[in-house]
Design a protein around this ligand. Sequence first.
Ligand code: SAH
Length: 242
Amino acid sequence: MKTLENIRFVLVGTTHPGNIGAAARAMKTMGLTNLHLVTPKIYPSAEATARASGADDVLANAAVHDSLDAALVGCQQVYGMSARLRHLPVPVVNPREAVTQIQQQSDDAQIAIIFGREHSGLTNEELDRCQHLVNIPANAEYSSLNLAAAVQVLAYELKMSFDPSIEVGRVGEQREAINADDLEHLYSHFEQSLIKIGFLDPGQPKNLMRRLRRLFNRAELDRNELQILHGILRAAENQKGE
Ligand code: SAH
């Protein structure tokens, strides 16, 4: 099974220890723990620990290397995070595309995602080590995120893609699906009721039923909601009958 443990975040030449702590925190909130530091300016540091605020275990387990090569040992795929789109012969993807690619790798593939220095990013030599560049599409006039913020964006996308308990459009209750027959039955009930209560003139129906169909088709009704609508129609018919 593919796991987030095979994905390492590599921070290269980080200047501010606070950013290292904030990056550890960003990772831990998304279930990532594999942090590698390449020649950090000031580390270990009380400021890093303070900014990690509860993610100090991720910091404590971080591997510190004296070269990028050492941090990439055993990695099959290397992604480089770049705020600037340089003219390099390397494909540039956004974080979501990068994560989709990562999902397609074999389960045991080791993946590295590398982040550059606060002031100057990654050098060309460091970018040469990357098979893919990842750019977070940002404001064209102000596109450089804080280092830990960039870490957060990637970590979030990984979590969204790797955590099977996250379903898009999830709701808190079980919704029983209905089928096309159920909808047809609802529409004919609507038609009869609306005629009965005097809202729909069968001699001049205009587009009312078509519009109602469009409305309810968009709503993706479940069985419970379908029953509520039938109930309302029956109640309206009974009111009219009284
Ligand atoms: N001034 C630097 C940006 C440094 S920000 C430059 O122009 O390259 C520190 C690191 O955060 C960057 O090296 C990169 O790894 C990451 N980062 C910041 N903004 C990003 C963005 N929009 N897309 C991808 N990575 C980004």
